[in-house]
Design a protein around this ligand. Sequence first.
Ligand SMILES: Cc1ncc(COP(=O)(O)O)c(C=O)c1O
Length: 361
Amino acid sequence: MTERIFNFSAGPAILPVPVLEEAQRDMLSLPGVGMSVMEISHRSKTFDEILGRADDGVRKLLGVPANYRVLFLQGGASLQFSMVPMNFLPAEGGADYILTGSWGKKALKEAKKVGAVNLAATMADGGFTRVPKNDEIKLDSRAAYVHITTNETIEGVEWKQEPDTGDVPLIADASSDIMSHRIPIDRYGLIYAGAQKNMGPSGVTLVILREDLLQRIPDGLPTMLDYRTHVENRSLYNTPNTWGIYIISLVCKWVDEKGGIEAMERENETKAKLVYDAIDATDFYRGHADPDARSIMNVTFRLPTEELEKKFTSEATAQGLDGLKGHRSVGGIRASIYNAFPLAGVEALVAFMKDFERKNG
Ligand SMILES: Cc1ncc(COP(=O)(O)O)c(C=O)c1O
């Protein structure tokens, strides 16, 4: 098969076609280099330029202030669940965690292994359908940091505005909505994100961190787990994921050429609205997230029965709409519509939804 299908997968996920084409074109030899990006030294001038382009690209697109460092690490967002508390949760302190879904729960579990954690709010009781209101969050003003998941990929629940944490650094897992809409970076102490949704392939994790926080890191951490190692070595302490960083540099260029994050945000709002409108138009489909916390990246919904959901995904797959099965922990349908996902694919999904309801409703 050489035709591309509509890929609704939650991650690894769809990448922009022009990025894949450029990577394909330069696969055997980067222009003027005679080798592919995977075959050159990570200490070479060529790779240094690629790393520089990825760093500049992230900084420009996200408006990263000068007092923040951009890192490209390995171990996925999952390793950040451990690195964050190892670096920033002091032995005699505590950290606040706000849970709005399954990934936040995993982050909390790892933090508990490192130190004292306060569950500042959890939306688990309602089945993770929303984010807490300000008066539902019990923050500790002495906390070392507050941790949130900006977009819960499994439940499709997204913060529309950061919680106010005062002087306590806000730390966020933004794996599934980074670069999908504008965010005020200066409201955060640290943001991390696995690349494999909106930025590139799996195997590289973006970390953006405020420089002054580095002073809080205790000595004695394993070298690779200490953020200072990667800051001091510009993500080149050991061999980084050179291919992943290269693809991120191309994705940044693509986003920039499309008009930057503002343009992405507009397009993402339009795409998400089409699906949510289709869900709201009928009782046959039921959205999982509350309307004011609906993710513009992962649209989650249910059908009247699990049998119909199975039929829905298998008939959709047969029509070239792939990856719509919800995560095994919550079931239902999940349409992941990241930056690179085309409007035509969303329109095809909406048409399929209408047709499916007509035949099965
Ligand atoms: C919000 C969020 N956090 C963390 C992860 C885990 O990421 P990784 O597989 O890169 O460790 C995922 C993966 O889908 C995710 O969606």
